[in-house]
Write a protein that binds this ligand. Structure first.
Ligand code: GAR
Length: 202
């Protein structure tokens, strides 16, 4: 769904902040950052639900502390899990899904049900370096720059419309770990900025 249509929809049902679900797989630093951002007065989102495909995800402790509803689905039976997830999202009237380090691929059918309403953050300057092990590949290719991208999720991996990107310079001494840290820092600025850009009326 386009920004304007989503804006209109939210306006027409009189909800000030978009009811948002965050999907994570691991550390959850982007999720923590989005939860923090959601509490700011002019934030366009309220975090209502968190899903993790990994019961050991570090982020879960933070979710519990913040008394946010969460569920674990391991995605071993993706179709089954997605059906249950869609039911939960419908019941909770979720309007927006933010993928934040979510390492599973959602089905075409799932994405269709939330068309234009799923955002993702990816640690590269898309369309370069889609998929996994981004930092390793960037360093191997002796790139001078990398960065991060917030984009709308469509059925093709890391290929949806780009909302915002931030470039990061790579130093000769950088390795995948140092680069990942540098980029993550920028991700924490970029994701809220992208949400504000998309839903600035709220
Ligand atoms: C982030 O760098 C995010 O961009 C990346 O995983 C990391 C998660 O960190 N996501 C992807 O690679 C998605 N394909 P976090 O769990 O601390 O937010």
């Amino acid at each position: 769904m386009e920004k304007n249509k989503l804006n209109l929809m939210v306006k027409s049902i009189g909800i000030k902040k978009l009811k948002t679900a965050i999907f994570i797989s691991g550390n959850g630093s982007n999720m923590k950052n989005l939860i923090r951002f959601s509490k700011i007065k002019n934030s366009p989102i309220v975090v209502d639900f968190v899903l993790s495909n990994n019961k050991k995800a570090n982020g879960i402790t933070h979710v519990k502390k913040n008394k946010i509803n969460f569920k674990i689905f391991d995605f071993k039976q993706r179709d089954n899990d997605e059906k249950k997830i869609l039911d939960i999202l419908k019941k909770r009237k979720i309007q927006l899904i933010c993928l934040a380090g979510f390492m599973k691929i959602l089905s075409r059918n799932f994405i269709k049900k939330f068309k234009g309403k799923i955002l993702n953050i990816h640690p590269s300057l898309l369309p370069k370096y889609k998929g996994l092990n981004t930092h390793e590949r960037v360093i191997l290719n002796n790139e001078k720059f990398s960065g991060c991208t917030v984009h709308i999720v469509n059925a093709r991996l890391d290929s949806g419309k780009i909302i915002l990107q931030k470039q990061v310079r790579i130093n000769k001494k950088d390795n995948p770990e140092t680069l990942s840290k540098k980029i993550l820092k920028q991700e924490h600025i970029l994701y809220p900025k992208a949400l504000k850009k998309m839903f600035s009326k709220f």
